[in-house]
Ligand binder design. Sequence first.
Ligand code: NAP
Length: 268
Amino acid sequence: MRPETPTPKDGAAWITGASSGIGKATALRLAGEGWTVFASARSGDKLIDVAREADGLDGEILPMPADVTSQDDVRAAVDRIESNHGGIALAILNAGTFTMDSVNQFDADSFKRQIDVNYLGVINCLQPLLPHLLQRRRGHIAIMASVAGYSGLPLSMGYCATKAALINLSESLFLECRPYNVKVQVINPGFVRTELTDRNRFPMPFLMELDAAADALVAGLKRPRFEIAFPRFFAFMLKRLRAMPYWLYFALVARATGVNKRAKRRER
Ligand SMILES: NC(=O)c1ccc[n+]([C@@H]2O[C@H](COP(=O)([O-])OP(=O)(O)OC[C@H]3O[C@@H](n4cnc5c(N)ncnc54)[C@H](OP(=O)(O)O)[C@@H]3O)[C@@H](O)[C@H]2O)c1
């Protein structure tokens, strides 16, 4: 049994984290394909600008400000979209944040913040959303995780853990939603040039431009495959690493990330 992929005639698309980066680029792509896209984020002013950028496209972007850490905000957003445009046919739960964590500056608040936005933010969205899709026996949920969720990496302990949790959650959802004709996918990008990665001070191999990332994401949404991973070669390599024995995994990742050299530099 393979759930159908909804199209713009089945209802609206809802994207969280659509005020910038991957979410914004995806919203514009989908509006270009005729979708009515409800765009959520905390910055209402930025969402208005995104909506303006969609002027002249086949579809439209409608700002729907909401903080994914607030259950009330998210429920209100889902209720408003559900009473419009035939409900939500496609939900891309993309809002996320990244903070560099390290053993030298270990900060529980940073972990809590990333769990609140990246993981619990998705859970907050799913609670009001799922009953509508299950009841209609139609819909599509795509959850933004990351290749950083495949296995533990240095300097991103909090982030990797949230993305690993999202991959695991998506696997469970896939199995439970399939009998209801609700399609579930997980999105695992490598590095994409956005405001989130502009702050990084470590090497970002296979860094992808935003347009290419949005193209890969939107193409993946139309495919039946559970995972949308890009760039493909980078994701493939990281998956091979994950399957290796730990001694080899640690040796290769330490070398690639320079984590040992970094620790030695700090000691000097
Ligand atoms: N860029 C990459 O290399 C990369 C790789 C793998 C996965 N990802 C994932 O892709 C997603 C988008 O990241 P990006 O690179 O496009 O970063 P970005 O440009 O910083 O976008 C993040 C988006 O999330 C929104 N957001 C943050 N906190 C929120 C909250 N509490 N409630 C609602 N919206 C919130 C932001 O809007 P406001 O600040 O206005 O709320 C913004 O629209 C994230 O989940 C990220 O982990 C990115």
